[in-house]
Design a protein around this ligand. Sequence first.
Ligand code: PAF
Length: 286
Amino acid sequence: MIKVFTTRKDFDHYRSTLTTQAIGLVPTMGNLHKGHISLIEKAAEENDVTIVTIFVNPKQFGPNEDFDKYPRTLDEDLARISAIALLINAKKDLVVFAPRSEEIIYPKGYSTMISVGPMTQKFEGSVRPTHFDGVTTVVYQLISITKAHTAYFGQKDVQQCLIIKKMIKDLEIPINIYIMPIVRNSEGLALSSRNQYLSDSERVEAMVLPHTLQKVEKLIRTKQDYKTFVVETLKADNKWDYLEVLDSSNFETTTDLTTELVIVAAYRAGATRLLDNILVPMNLGK
Ligand code: PAF
């Protein structure tokens, strides 16, 4: 059975009962899909207590973004988490913290924002300038409230992962960060809560994104000229916000010291922006 808390008082009381247990945190905005489920399962495997937070964080949405229409499906989410609870060791706790109001995370008068700096303004940040400050601010709050030992994130939002890791390092927050691989549908499209905005024809169009990334990966792995292919691809279709090959450790241009590349892209299918990426180790064939 899962435990569900919607107020700070109840959650804090529960948290105060935990003493020596290993605590895992899976921060989510709900509308759980198999990508989230993989994070929850991993956390439940590795920890005595797994806390899944469900909070659609207003601070990470820009003024013209989809905050109001972002899918809120708490009942279905709780059913999915309950199904996981049946499969894990009965001695372990699977807990949901779903604050029933914004004030539970940002009490009246709250004004602090956490900003990691220049890396929040590139790629996703160039299109969504306040987004990452909203993400780091809520993740900081969720870590403070839950006092978890390990937090789990999905690699689909690879820039988010990098920025959160930088915040953890700079602020010396005592928590481990674990990144889980991207989960894809049977056709290869990375799972995302925003996929449900796609019409049938946009769903077909969206496949350009994983197919292009696979093509770039193949060119890199076979040591062919991927740079020209990237330039030509961007020129041929204005639905790309970006398509780049970067050093995965810092989102900068690759150097001789780069040990892993990330092929990273954002593509617009209709009004929906879709993100995807592939990690490629650099020691190929060495
Ligand atoms: O990746 C997400 O769903 C969100 O950005 C997160 C990390 C839960 C913060 O609201």
